[in-house]
Every structure is written in structure tokens, then in C-alpha cells.
Design a protein. Structure first.
Length: 339
């Protein structure tokens, strides 16, 4: 009998895992304007899972805060988090309450990201249970009055969270622009490892931002999309297109902008050798500079040939920004993942 009950319990967990295991997300607020926002994505086929709303895991309370409830999603936990936030609990207090009062008594399978106001005091907190699927982790922080929590599971690695954080912190402009830049930071093949073979980061994505006077459930900015397994569509690119149609940002501040040029850079991700191929132009000296996500220069390469193989075997794995150009012109900026 005990074996039968254990089998049923594990089966139920597997079903919930299939339908509610989100991968990477961000919650954030602007303490000056009191805007609150959220975004996320996952390699989960929502149509197959029977989920209509790509933003099912997020709960925005205008002028109050945001809760993202992910990993073995339970609606009761999300509802309880909203109740605690409306009661005036801080993000850290809500996390503690959720861990101590998990709806199915397994908080170590859960992951939360929360930002909110306690009166006029902003804060951010997160929780990653020890039984969430690897790679899992979270980061929290603030910059210039913007507070954030970024969390993920089933990730390619810590570099996904670091890249999202760098996108948020290094982008100027509104809360929405920073959140969109964070999502661009996760536009990496296999960011959710289940999407590695399809050469995309995820299968669905969403982004929401609520202004203080917005009604609950009707944020001023609300965009989302879902694709199906095998479509081969990069959701974060599609999310960016939707975002651009509704909200303006300086494209030079976006994390993953690449300028079209006469150069081709491949493969990406790269393991040992990065190839830079020049399709036209002369034999002037070229260069490629690698920066880490904090903007620190890590490597500088120079050559004159039309095609050049850069040996990256001595470079630590991770996500890097690069700048490619000649002595008198910058041709291209972009992002590469070194495995």
C-alpha cells in the first residue's frame, strides 16, 4: 500500500513537473515610478500541456509588487503569495511564509522570485529549493532605484542568470526596457537545456509591466507568445518584435544588438575555435575584443587575413560580449557563448 501511494505521489509530481516547470524569469520594480514588471520563458509546449496563458506563473499587483511562482507550479502557492503581499508582508517575509506553508508540503521543489513595496520601502527576495531541476539558482539586487530578482531551473548554467542580470543592470531607460534587455540576455541556444537540440532558447515568452493606476489583471504592457515544439522559432526574438511595436527603447542600449556587416562570426555557441570570415573589403588589420558581462576586457585578437580562426581554448566558459572592427571602423557587436 505504501509503495502504491508513493508511486501515485511521484506520478502526480511528474504531471505537475511537465505542466508547471518554468525555466528562467525576472521580477523587477522601479522605486521612483512605482512600476512593477515581470518576464519569463521556458521550453514547455503550452498547447501540449493545456496551458492557455504564457504568463501563468506571474502575479502583478499594481503599485504593490510581483510574485513569480515556478518549478512544480501550484496555484494555491501563488494565491497565498498574493494574499500575503496584499496583507503588507515584505518579499522576504512572503518567501519565509511560502516555504513554511507549502500547499503540498514540498517547498524544496519550488522556486520563487518576489519584488514589492512595504510602504515606500522597496525590496527583492527569491527562493530556489534544493530539489529543483539542475542547473538552478537565483540572483537578487538593485541599481539606481530598480530592484530585481532573477531565477531559473533546467538552465544551461549560471551564465544564463548572469547574462540576464547584466542586461538589466547595463541598460538605460524604463523598467520595461531593462526587463526586455534581461530577456535578451537569455537568448542563448539551450538556455533551457530541453531546447538545445532545436537551436532555440525556449518555446514561449512573456513580459508584463503595470503602472500604479492599473487595475489588477490589466497591466499597461502585456505581451506574450507561445510556439510549439518543432517550430524552430526563437521566442525572445518574437517577444522583442512585439515589445518594439508597443514600447520604445534606445537600441544601442539593448544587450544583444548586432550590426549587419560584411563579416560573419561562427559558430555560436563555440567550444574551441571561433571563425571570423570577411566577405568583402580589403586586407586591413582586423580586431576582435572579448568583454565579460561586466564590461571588462578579457581578450584582444588581431589579424589581416579574410578568414581567421581564433583559438579560445584558454578562455573560461561563459557568455561574452564582442566588438569586431578595423582600425577606423566598428563593424559588429554581439554576444557569444563559450562552452
Amino acid at each position: 500500500m505504501k509503495f502504491f501511494l508513493l508511486t501515485i505521489h511521484l506520478l502526480l509530481l511528474a504531471i505537475v513537473h511537465c505542466k508547471g516547470q518554468d525555466t528562467f524569469s525576472i521580477v523587477a520594480l522601479d522605486s521612483t515610478s512605482r512600476q512593477v514588471g515581470s518576464a519569463g520563458a521556458s521550453c514547455l509546449d503550452l498547447d501540449f500541456a493545456g496551458i492557455a496563458n504564457p504568463a501563468f506563473l506571474t502575479d502583478l499587483l499594481p503599485d504593490t509588487g510581483v510574485v513569480n511562482t515556478q518549478s512544480y507550479f501550484i496555484q494555491a502557492n501563488q494565491d497565498n503569495a498574493r494574499i500575503r503581499m496584499r496583507a503588507g508582508d515584505t518579499p522576504a517575509q512572503i518567501i519565509t511564509w511560502l516555504v513554511n506553508n507549502d500547499a503540498v508540503n514540498n517547498p524544496e521543489f519550488k522556486q520563487y522570485g518576489i519584488v514589492g513595496f512595504n510602504g515606500n520601502t522597496p525590496g527583492a527576495a527569491a527562493h530556489t529549493g534544493s530539489s529543483c531541476v539542475n542547473y538552478k539558482n537565483h540572483v537578487t539586487g538593485s541599481i539606481n532605484g530598480f530592484y530585481y530578482a532573477i531565477q531559473g531551473n533546467i538552465l544551461k548554467g549560471q551564465q544564463i542568470l548572469d547574462s540576464m542580470e547584466a542586461g538589466f543592470r547595463n541598460t538605460n531607460g524604463t523598467l520595461a526596457c531593462r526587463i526586455m534587455a534581461a530577456m535578451q540576455g537569455a537568448k542563448v541556444i539551450g538556455a533551457d537545456t530541453r531546447c538545445q537540440n532545436d537551436s532555440i532558447s525556449s518555446l514561449f515568452a512573456f513580459l508584463q509591466v503595470a503602472l500604479p493606476p492599473d487595475n489588477y489583471g490589466s497591466p499597461a504592457l502585456n505581451i506574450s507568445l507561445k510556439t510549439n515544439e518543432g517550430d524552430g522559432i526563437e521566442p525572445i526574438d518574437s517577444l522583442q518584435t512585439l515589445f518594439n511595436s508597443k514600447h520604445g527603447c534606445d537600441p544601442l542600449n539593448m544587450l544583444n544588438v548586432e550590426q549587419q556587416s560584411e563579416f560573419e562570426v561562427f559558430p555560436n555557441p563555440v567550444t574551441h575555435f571561433l571563425v571570423v570570415k570577411q566577405h568583402s573589403g580589403n586586407d586591413a588589420k582586423k580586431y576582435l575584443i572579448l568583454h565579460n558581462l561586466l564590461g571588462d576586457q578579457r581578450q584582444h585578437y588581431e589579424w589581416t587575413d579574410k578568414t581567421y580562426k581564433i583559438n579560445l581554448e584558454g578562455v573560461s566558459p561563459g557568455i561574452y560580449m564582442y566588438q569586431l572592427g578595423t582600425e577606423d571602423r566598428i563593424f559588429r557587436r554581439g554576444k557569444i557563448l563559450i562552452d
